[in-house]
Structure formats: C-alpha cells, structure tokens
Design a protein around this ligand. Structure first.
Ligand code: SF4
Length: 353
C-alpha cells in the first residue's frame, strides 16, 4: 500500500484518508495539532493517540520534509535556508525578522519560466513545480530552525518561481498553513505575488489571501522589455484585474517596483507610476535593485532612490522603501542556489593548471 504524504494534505483530506484506513477521522486533527501546532514529531510523545495508532501511523503515512542543506544568517538578522528537493536541485526560503513579526518568503518552483530580466531565478528556467508538501515543508523546517519561541507570523510567496504558475500546490499549502489545528495563520498574513498571470488573479481573490504584483514598468514598452509576461497580458489588463481584486476583497494590493538605474528610476517614471496606480487601493514597495553578476542592471544612486520615493510621497502615493536585507548572504531570489551550485561545480572540477 502506498503511504500517504502527511504534508501534502489539508485537514479535511487527511480526515478522509485516515477514515479510509479504518481509523477515526479525529486522528487527523490530533496529528495536525501535534505536528504543526506543537512541533512534536516523535509519535511516542503524542500521548492522546492510541498505542496501536502510534505504532501504525508511520507505516500508513510518510512524514518526509525537504532537507535543509544550508542555513546562512545575515548580519541584519535575515536567515536564508537552502533546501534539497532531489535530483541535485535546491530551492530557497528566507526568514525576515521585523519588529515583532517574522516573515517567511517561500519558493513555489525550481527555477522559473517568466524570465524577468532583472531576476536571478529567471535565468534558471523552470525545472519543475514544487509539490504542496515541499512548500509546506519549507515553512515547517524554517520554524524548526527558529524554535517555537519565535513564531513565523507572515508568509510571502516571493521566492523562486511564479506562484500562479503552480496555483494548485500554492493554494493548498496556504490552506494547510491556515488550519486552526496547526499554525493557524490568518489569510491576511499570507501574500501571493505574481509577475502578472492575469487570469489567475481571481484565485488569489477566492483564497482570501493578499495580492502583490511585481509591476516594475510604467508603460507596456518598458514592462515588456524587462518582463516578457507583459506581452501576454498588458498593463491595462493587469491593473484592471488588480482593481477587481480590491473591489471584491475590500483589500489593498501591493505593487512591487524595482528601481533599475536608467531604466525605471526617473522622476518621470515616478509620476507615471503615481498616475497608473492612483485609482487602485494600493501601497507601492520600491525596491532598489540588489545587484548580482551578469544582470546587466545597476542599482540607482542613493540620491535617485530618495528622490523617486519623495516624488511619489509628494503626489500622494502610499509608498514604502523595501530595505535590502541579507546582501551578505545572497538575498536576491535564486542567488544562494546558484552560489551553492557554483561551489559544488568548483569542488567537482580539477583545480586549474
Ligand atoms: S521575478 Fe519572480 S516571476 Fe520573474 S523570473 Fe524571477 S522568480 Fe520568476
């Protein structure tokens, strides 16, 4: 009999499956509470499970989690975890402390096909989509890494991959992480970010989670140049879908805007960004580009960044500047994976003569 993957199942699915094994459905709730709620992974310590069920459970279910290959802590408190997802592949999650909050940035795919020009992961083509248990597993392993004294409070799907290119696994993972028998995370503390897969934005709306959109260009010409997805769904279609999301949810959308020197950072761009977003309930996160090798882009000067932000503030936008965190640990998405690969390759290769 094939074992059932525990970390792949929502509570209702797990209850059904447990009943299918001839056991009481509430065993699923008990397992959720022990594993997600209390982080007890030793069945012998699960005192309210019957002795028989304790003995049987590991033959019925598989509790595999993605292995943590590396953990790097930055001087600013950010921690980046690298996970083994098999076949020599890895993905990353980043823990970002901010006052009383602890946000985790999760990956949804190995590589990414969206090919955004400024993105490190975009250079790594999609190799495969992660399964639900691998997404949930990043969270569980990160919480184990932290210890239960410091709980993860927020999730952003802004790691490797385009979350809406893998929606079934992403939204199922969201449901599992929200379970009141487990981590009990509020929907409003989960943000799904997209580069602009317009037809799937209603799924974000339906899931009740927050929407972030990687905008980065103020007209179709510049956006199509740096984000090829814009050729498929243009700015107007994207912004209309965002407005619809706001109407349906009564929530704001977050627009991410990467400042690339000489490409997206002029005061005229700031004005255009204001005009584009002024009728949409939103906040704008400006993100000074985190330089990485061979990107072909540069970070604007500090003065240009401040002027850009001030212009938006002057016009009346709700704008925040995303602090660049973890620069000493390859914090741009995909960088740690690439660095680990380069290291492995160097170790395999004979020393140059
Ligand atoms: S920015 Fe996001 S969607 Fe674009 S290539 Fe990178 S991972 Fe993919």
């Amino acid at each position: 009999m094939q074992k059932l993957r525990f970390f792949d199942h929502t509570l209702p699915d797990l209850s059904q499956a447990v009943k299918g094994f001839g056991k009481e459905g509430f065993r699923a709730q008990q397992l959720f509470r022990w594993i997600y709620g209390q982080h007890i992974f030793d069945f012998e310590k699960m005192t309210n499970l019957s002795k028989d069920f304790r003995k049987e459970v590991s033959s019925l279910m598989d509790f595999e989690l993605p292995e943590v290959l590396q953990a790097h802590q930055s001087v600013d408190g950010t921690t980046k975890l690298l996970f083994n997802v098999g076949a020599g592949k890895s993905v990353e999650a980043v823990l970002i402390p901010r006052r009383e909050q602890m946000t985790i940035c999760l990956s949804s795919e190995v590589g990414c096909n969206m090919a955004c020009k400024f993105c490190y992961t975009g250079k790594q083509k999609l190799q495969r989509k992660l399964e639900t248990w691998e997404i949930v597993g990043q969270f569980v392993q990160a919480q184990r890494h932290l210890g239960l004294d410091r709980r993860i409070t927020n999730i952003v799907f802004m790691g490797m991959g385009e979350p809406l290119d893998n929606p079934d696994a992403v939204f199922k993972a969201c449901e599992i992480l929200q379970s009141e028998w487990g981590y009990n995370l509020s929907r409003k503390r989960i943000t799904v970010s997209t580069s602009g897969i317009v037809p799937l934005i209603p799924r974000v709306t339906a899931a009740g989670v927050r929407l972030a959109v990687s905008l980065n260009g103020v007209n179709d010409q510049i956006r199509s140049e740096i984000m090829p997805i814009n050729k498929r769904w243009n700015l107007k279609e994207l912004l209309d879908a965002c407005l619809e999301h706001c109407r349906e949810t009564d929530d704001k959308v977050t627009f991410e805007y990467v400042l690339l020197k000489g490409v997206t950072d002029s005061l005229a761009d700031a004005k255009a960004l204001y005009r584009l977003t002024k009728n949409i309930p939103c906040k704008i996160n400006i993100i000074p580009f985190n330089e990485h090798p061979d990107s072909g882009f540069h970070r604007p000067s500090e003065q240009a960044i401040v002027e850009f932000q001030n212009e938006l503030i002057r016009l009346g936008s709700h704008v925040l500047r995303r602090k660049t965190m973890g620069r000493d640990i390859y914090a741009a998405c995909g960088q740690l994976t690439t660095a680990a690969k380069a290291k492995a390759k160097a170790a395999e290769s004979p020393a140059p003569l």
